[in-house]
Design a protein around this ligand. Structure first.
Ligand code: MLC
Ligand code: AMP
Length: 505
């Protein structure tokens, strides 16, 4: 029997007593514990009727059990479908109806409300919590500590991650075993990971960065993670002397720079700082170098593609660039409308092709077709150029997307919700510079004549509809939205008007 992804992890697995995770209180999860617990959970999934190819939707707090559940799904041949813990019931309702999971696993406190929407699609519901509570844990505790991994080939699906779209409807990106395995192998080489590494892990584990990049690289090298429930600058600095690497979104770096204890000495044990998921300001790169002596290594990825490019481990890590295409990944810059390749130095849309690129959007063949060229290149929607030394620069986005603290917010989704509020005529949602989150979400709203709607009313109406990170940090009212002669809202003009409201422009 072969299970393509889990076999890659097994290949490098150190002895059973070797450390896999260390928690902030010093508790250790060994590789032996990981094997046993993921087997218990894989047996529990099977007992709950999960068959190979079934979707298992998971919305639970970050804890070792949540990571074991990911591995249990891989071993059981199921498709892991992680969901941001900030998603509201309204958002979950859409994901469940689209993905039709066999099983939904949530925090014990939310079982009642989540069962109501999961039942609509016939999904069973179980619970799992960090302290070992929850119905799935109970079934797992009584089940066998060994499990025969289900046969899965390179092209079989390992996960579906939802990512919003410009139309406002989220799409499920289907990732195969080889999509994940190939990227983990490449990143291990490019970033020189070994079994001796200790990764400081403070990212959420429901997105590509914290789940696949960080965890899979750790597993294919048999190394260890200091596994924190969330980002906290004090905790990061306390643990840095015992870690060798950190992966973070730019907000991590901006926040750590605010900390008086960030010094050369505090980071002396570290060999690598990686940043991604959103643009790292050249100024933050520079300040980090001055304060710590380390050059942050910036890389570029996407839910649909895993990682595409990276600055070099050895050689210049150039601020404001995302480095070179990863080995095995082809990257080109094209004219957005025609797809014609552009000469070096010109700005166009970034397209990529390689074993890292996903298998398409779940049950959306037309959408999938529209985002690939006929020769198999995926159109990322990011605008970029390649300089004379071969470094890729991201200069903007062809897609209407805001990235706030590393989370994607598609304006259309927020606009649809605001437009549905009684008293609203229309709205435009934009991202403007924000000192902490990089970009902050702002809504500009036209209300009906005589309507008494206030900023607080709009925000209150969104509470149960949208995850907190998608909700506007500010709402402004205007008589009309600026439009061009074609009638299209001129968001660039709105960005100019509101560009300095968070004290940055
Ligand atoms: C939290 N809030 C946010 C937010 N995170 N608002 C906007 N954008 C965000 N990213 C809200 C909170 O609900 C809270 O609301 C208020 O803002 C302040 O919260 P906080 O306590 O300061 O935030 P915190 O919990 O510390 O979270 C910030 C963060 C977190 C940056 C640590 O957002 C985070 O971990 N981001 C990482 C995202 C990530 O992993 N992205 C990878 C995607 S994969 P209130 O009003 O209740 O106080 C990908 C591919 C690739 O993109 O290339 O990697
Ligand atoms: P997601 O859909 O959450 O995976 O977000 C992917 C998007 O994040 C990409 O399409 C880019 O727009 C952006 N992104 C990721 N890494 C970087 C980076 N290093 N610099 C700029 N943008 C980035």
């Amino acid at each position: 029997m072969t299970n393509h992804l889990f076999d890659q992890f097994r290949k490098q697995m150190p002895g059973a007593s070797a450390r896999f995770l260390e928690l902030p209180d010093g508790a250790i999860v060994t590789y032996g514990d990981m094997l046993a617990r993921s087997a218990h959970l894989a047996n529990a999934l099977a007992a709950r009727g999960v068959r190979p190819g079934d979707r298992v939707a998971v919305q639970v707090e970050k804890c070792p059990g949540a990571l074991m559940l990911y591995l249990a799904c891989v071993r059981a041949g199921a498709i892991f479908l992680p969901l941001n813990t900030a998603y509201t019931l309204a958002e979950l309702d859409y994901f469940f109806s689209d993905a039709e999971p066999q099983l939904v696993i949530c925090d014990p406190g939310r079982e009642g409300e989540i069962s109501r929407i999961a039942n609509k699609v016939g999904a069973a519901v179980d619970t799992l919590a960090g302290g070992g509570e929850g119905s799935l844990n109970e079934i797992a505790n009584l089940s066998d500590p060994t499990f025969t991994d289900i046969d899965r080939g390179p092209d079989d699906l390992a996960a579906i991650l939802y990512t919003s779209g410009t139309t406002g409807r989220s799409k499920g990106a289907m990732l195969s075993h080889e999509n994940l395995a190939s990227n983990a192998r490449v990143l291990t080489d490019v970033w020189r990971f070994t079994a001796a590494d200790v990764l400081l892990h403070a990212l959420p584990i429901f997105h590509t960065h914290g789940l696949f990049v960080a965890t899979n690289v750790t597993l294919v090298t048999g190394s260890a993670m200091l596994f924190l429930p969330r980002f906290d600058a004090d905790e990061m600095l306390r643990l840095m002397p015992r870690a060798t690497c950190m992966m973070g979104v730019p907000t991590f770096y901006a926040r750590l720079l605010q900390h008086p204890r960030l010094t050369r000495e505090a980071t002396a044990h570290m060999r690598l700082f990686v940043s991604g998921s959103a643009p790292l300001l050249a100024d933050v790169h520079q300040q980090w170098r001055e304060r710590t002596g380390h050059a942050i290594l910036e890389r570029y990825g996407m839910t649909e593609t895993n990682m595409n490019t990276s600055n070099p481990y050895e050689g210049d890590r150039v601020a404001g660039t995302v480095g070179f295409p990863l080995p095995g990944t082809a990257l080109r810059i094209t004219q957005p409308e025609t797809g014609d390749p552009l000469p070096q130095g010109e700005i166009g849309v970034i397209e990529v092709k390689g074993p890292n690129v996903f298998q398409g959007y779940w049950r959306m063949p037309e959408k999938t077709k529209a985002e690939f060229r006929s020769d198999g290149f995926f159109i990322t929607g990011d605008l970029g150029k390649i300089d004379a030394r071969g470094y890729v620069h991201i200069v903007g986005r062809g897609k209407d997307l805001v990235i706030s603290g590393g989370y994607n917010v598609y304006p259309k989704e927020v606009e649809n919700e605001i437009d549905a509020i009684p008293g609203v005529v229309e709205s435009a949602v934009i991202g403007v510079p924000h000192p902490d989150f990089g970009e902050g979400v702002v809504a500009v709203v036209v209300k009906r004549p005589g309507s008494a709607l206030s900023e607080a009313d709009i925000l209150r109406s969104l509470t149960d509809r949208l995850a907190k990170f998608k909700q506007p940090k500010r709402v402004f009212f205007v008589d009309d939205l600026p439009r061009n002669t074609m009638g299209k809202v001129q968001k660039n003009r709105l960005r100019e008007t509101y560009g300095a409201i968070f004290g940055q422009s």
